[in-house]
Write a protein that binds this ligand. Structure first.
Ligand SMILES: [Zn+2]
Length: 83
């Protein structure tokens, strides 16, 4: 387990992305920025338009960005996505 990166309220930070196994940039998306419906890889449910969430972009792979619910992202380490 890496040292906990959570708890800070920074807008952007880097963390370990369990879906790719690499470092990733994490950015908060505000409700007014969420203009599309996204699929959350944590729960496989949709993130509705206008809902604040987080976007995770693997370092060096901007095309692989993923959108997560805040709750799903916060709990990802205790409940890894099934494979
Ligand atoms: Zn979710």
């Amino acid at each position: 387990m890496p040292r906990a990166a959570g708890g800070r309220d920074a807008g952007t930070r880097f963390t370990h992305d369990p879906t790719t196994g690499t470092s990733a940039e994490v950015r908060r998306v505000q409700p007014y920025e969420a203009r599309k419906t996204y699929r959350c890889p944590g729960c496989n449910q949709e993130i509705a338009e206008g809902v604040a969430h987080v976007v995770v972009v693997p370092l060096g792979e901007p095309g692989e960005r993923r959108h997560w619910h805040h709750g799903c992202w916060a709990h990802r380490s205790g409940r890894p996505p099934g494979r």
